[in-house]
Design a protein around this ligand. Structure first.
Ligand code: NAD
Length: 362
């Protein structure tokens, strides 16, 4: 399996190095033959090449079997004409990575703040309120006068249908319950369309029970009783916000793994941002990106019918669980280890002697 590795900004290089270490260990133990090619995006790329994402990275991404993208300092990137492109949007839009899968669960040894739970937010990833990707040409935010801004939200039947299908298919592999999260009491047309399409898909999955919750009330329900939820299907921005909450409720944003999946491509990317407040201090929790990489391996295993990839993914999750139980973790989840030390401890748990083939491009 060829993986393009792009460390990004802030804590990105630290948690990416940790993830590479763990991937090398599972590659060796499960004979995955991982080949990791590293390149640059974000500030480092802007400095070297005058753009945060070189166009040829898209060819590299298409040629690879998967991508690992570290967080980028997207708030800093204001003007695409000056090469300041959001790398996340670049890959999600160019490769049509429409399903953002964000699992959150509590672990033995760190029971979280509100009791045990295990759920997945399935977030539409290509339209909604995301102005930098919801238009074919131009941008969905308009400054009408210096004092009037309009931000457009795009909802299409096709995107609603395919995210619903991704959610119901996932629910069939889990506890067979889907919750639709929306705001159809106010966004009657757009979220009405979302609900219609989800219910049409639901009719094809009679073994899956469904309910729906308004997004504002959802913030209370998920804190009050997260055990109630299995798979949560929602639109782009609601899913982005909700999944930060569920990750933090599970213990830390630093446990927020996520996969962006399309038809032939997938990209592992932590739920959180570049965390400039803790960058360069060796304290960031690397488990978010490590768990994201594990989702990528599982995706590859299902896609190619290769059980060793699914076994490697399960082993990573089990090792994370054991590390948390043994407190071999970073301080955000009650440990005393640094980013590097937590990664080394996890790689040692997973065995293997680091023979994955890794090379630098840039
Ligand atoms: P953030 O998600 O980076 O951080 C929020 C809080 O969580 C911070 O206190 C941070 O220290 C903590 N945190 C995040 N990841 C952690 C980890 N792995 N371990 C321990 N603690 C962790 O949000 P922010 O500070 O608002 O945004 C910083 C930058 O990231 C901005 O430029 C924003 O635009 C960008 N961003 C990028 C992405 C992405 O690339 N996918 C996503 C969200 C935000």
């Amino acid at each position: 399996m060829h993986i393009l590795v792009l460390p990004g900004d802030g804590i990105g290089p630290e948690i990416t190095a940790a993830t590479v270490k763990v991937l090398q260990a599972v590659s060796d133990r499960f004979s995955l033959g991982l080949k990791l090619a590293e390149d640059v995006v974000g500030h480092e790329s802007l400095r070297r090449y005058g753009t945060t994402v070189r166009p040829d990275l898209l060819d590299q991404a298409r040629a690879a079997d998967g991508i690992i993208l570290g967080p980028a300092a997207t708030f800093d990137f204001k003007d695409e004409a000056k090469g300041e492109i959001n790398p996340s949007k670049f890959f999600r839009k160019s490769l049509d990575l429409f399903a953002n899968i964000r699992p959150s669960r509590t672990y033995e040894g760190f029971p979280g703040r509100i009791g045990r739970f295990d759920l997945v937010v399935v977030r539409e990833n290509t339209e909604g309120f995301y102005a930098d990707r919801n238009m074919e040409l131009g941008n969905g935010e308009i400054l009408v006068t210096p004092d009037v801004a309009v931000s457009l939200r795009r909802i299409t039947r096709q995107c609603c249908e395919r995210i619903a299908r991704a959610g119901f298919e996932l629910a069939m592999r889990r506890r067979r319950h889907v919750t639709l999260v929306h705001k159809a009491n106010v966004l009657k047309i757009g979220d009405g369309m979302f609900l219609d399409e989800c219910r049409k898909v639901a009719a094809e999955f009679p073994d899956v029970t469904i309910d729906d919750v308004l997004v504002d009330a959802m913030m209370a329900h998920v804190v009050r009783n997260p055990q109630r939820f299995d798979v949560i299907v929602t639109t782009n921005m609601f899913g982005d916000i909700l999944s930060d909450l569920t990750a933090e409720l599970s213990g830390s944003l630093g446990l927020g793994g996520s996969l962006n999946a399309g038809v032939g491509y997938a990209m592992a990317q932590a739920s959180h941002g570049s965390a400039p407040d803790i960058a360069g201090k060796n304290i960031a929790n690397p488990f978010s990106l490590i768990l994201s990489a594990s989702l990528l391996l599982a995706w590859q295993g299902r896609r190619e019918g290769k059980p060793e990839f699914e076994a490697a993914a399960s082993a990573i999750e089990a090792a994370v669980e054991a590390a948390i139980a043994a407190h071999e973790v970073t301080s955000d989840i009650g440990g005393r280890l640094g980013t590097r030390e937590a990664a080394t401890a996890l790689a040692n748990r997973l065995g293997g002697s680091s023979r994955a083939n890794r090379h630098q491009h840039a």
